[in-house]
Structures are given as structure tokens and as C-alpha cells.
Design a protein around this ligand. Structure first.
Ligand SMILES: *Cc1c(COP(=O)(O)O)cnc(C)c1O
Length: 269
């Protein structure tokens, strides 16, 4: 079964909706705006910018790299939605979790909420656990999801039953590192999950011909839009596992389509 979180909202990408939902449902009254971080194709920045536009909430996006001369479709959207874009070089961007850097930001943007890259913090997990609670009618055996910052997988792992298993498909190179990220988010250690590192196709947002072909095939033949950064790698892994008969017969699998179609626009790599 495919859990179509890509269908949650036409603009707000699936798992970014989940991750932002607890921030947005609380909606503290005294906050003046939101600051967050992302790359030039970020689904998180795109989702948050749209939400802030709808809420009339000032939003400052700190973007890795300078796209002034050549903005991506994502950046054009958020500009239209009134986001203040702040381009920084890679070195500055690396400070995004640094204590002093964040203190400076907090001073500059008083009463703004600073949301980490990808919307991934402990609060984000609450929204993600919602996915599993929507699946209670079907006692699945395994759920598979793409992994980047680990918050989505951690939210799933923390909410599935002990007899169920979660598999993350790494979309970037990071053996051990990704496992550590997931463990950091988990409220308590769990055994019923693992990450597959065989399908990142060379790194984040890197694609191969076979991956691009599969994205096209699934999008056209099955009318399920997938792209090469996240869902494509997930489907690629799944196709291979089914061919190799990795799962026993009758094994019930949930494939979590996390959305992210906007990020693929003009993504030529
Ligand atoms: C951000 C994103 C992910 C990765 O989620 P993490 O919680 O960062 O691991 C997966 N799929 C899509 C479409 C995303 O935008």
C-alpha cells in the first residue's frame, strides 16, 4: 500500500506538513515571525513560506548559496509569497545549528521562532506520529520511507508497534551518521528499524539514468508523481527488493510517499 502524503496539500509538501503541524497548531500569540534554513530547492522552506503567507506571518529564509542571478522555481515562489530571502555562503550556512550564531539571530529577529533545517526538531515528531495513527486499520508488517535528517523515520519508529518494522532509504551518503541522527530524535532506543544505504545514487539530489527512468515510468504509468531526490530513491529500492523477493510472501508493506514534487522542478542534475 502506498500512503499518499504527497496528496495532503497541493503546495505544502507531505512530510513538511507533518513536521510543521505542531508548530502551527500551537501558534503562539506573541511570536512576530519565523526564521528557517534551507537549500535552493528546499521543500521545507517552500512549505513554510506558503504557510506564513497564508497566516500573514513574516518569514525569513536563510538560503545556502547565492541565487540572486539565477533563482530556482522554489525561490521565485517564496519571493512571490513575501518571504525575506537572506543568501549566505556555505561557511555561514554551516553555522545553522551553532549556539552563538543562533543567539545572534535571535537578537536580530526578536520574538521570531527559529525553526531548524528541514523543520526537524523534537516537536516535528508529534506530527509524524500522526501518519502511523492513520494506519491503524491495516496491520502492516513493514513501513518504508526516505531519510535525510532522520526526523520522519524517528517519528515513525517511535509510533509503530514492536512487531512492526521501519526501513529508511538514505537519500544521501551517511552511513552511521544517519543512524545517529535518528537515534538522537528517538525518545528511547528501538530495535525494529534500519536504514538502507544502497540507493542514494551518489549523494543528495544526485540521480542516475536508471533512477530518472523509474521516476518517469511510475509518474506516467501509475499516475503517481515521484521525483529523483526523495520518493524516486524509495521506489527504486522497493522495486529492487520486490524483484529480489526480500520480503516473505504476504508481507504487508506501507510505502510512505513523503511528497516533494516541487523540489524536482528545474532540477537537472
Ligand atoms: C525533507 C523530505 C524528506 C526527508 O525527511 P527527513 O525527516 O529530513 O528525514 C523526505 N521526503 C521529502 C519529500 C522531503 O521533502
Amino acid at each position: 500500500m502506498i500512503k499518499r502524503d504527497d496528496r495532503i496539500h497541493p503546495i505544502i509538501s507531505g512530510n513538511k506538513w507533518r513536521k510543521l503541524s505542531s508548530l502551527l497548531s500551537e501558534q503562539p500569540e506573541n511570536i512576530k515571525g519565523i526564521v528557517s534554513f534551507g537549500g535552493g530547492f528546499s521543500n521545507h522552506i517552500h512549505a513554510l513560506s506558503y504557510v506564513c503567507n497564508q497566516l500573514n506571518m513574516p518569514f525569513v529564509a536563510i538560503i545556502r548559496g547565492d541565487y540572486t542571478k539565477n533563482p530556482t522555481p522554489m525561490l521565485k515562489d517564496i519571493e512571490r509569497w513575501g518571504t525575506t530571502i537572506n543568501y549566505v555562503d556555505r561557511k555561514t550556512y554551516q553555522l545553522r545549528n551553532d549556539h552563538d550564531f543562533l543567539a545572534q539571530l535571535a537578537k536580530r529577529y526578536t520574538d521570531y521562532v527559529i525553526v531548524p533545517e528541514g523543520g526537524s526538531d523534537h516537536d516535528a515528531l508529534n506530527g509524524v506520529t500522526q501518519i502511523v495513527s492513520e494506519l491503524t486499520l491495516w496491520d502492516f508488517d513493514t513501513i518504508v520511507t526516505p531519510v535525510a535528517s532522520g526526523a520522519t523515520l524517528a517519528g515513525i519508529v517511535s509510533s509503530i508497534a514492536p512487531h512492526q518494522h521501519a526501513i529508511g532509504v538514505a537519500v544521501l551518503k551517511g552511513a552511521d551518521y544517519l543512524e545517529q541522527l535518528v537515534n538522537n530524535f528517538l525518545p528511547e532506543p528501538r530495535e525494529n528499524w534500519h536504514i538502507s544505504h544502497n540507493y542514494h545514487c551518489g549523494g543528495y539530489a544526485k540521480v542516475t539514468q536508471a533512477l530518472t527512468a523509474l521516476c518517469k515510468e511510475v509518474t506516467l504509468d501509475y499516475d503517481i508523481p515521484i521525483e529523483g531526490v526523495y520518493s524516486g530513491k524509495l521506489f527504486f529500492a522497493l522495486k529492487e527488493w520486490l524483484q529480489q523477493q526480500v520480503f516473505p510472501e504476504g508481507h504487508k508493506i506501507v510505502v510512505l510517499h513523503t511528497g516533494g514534487i516541487q523540489g524536482a522542478r528545474a532540477h537537472t542534475r
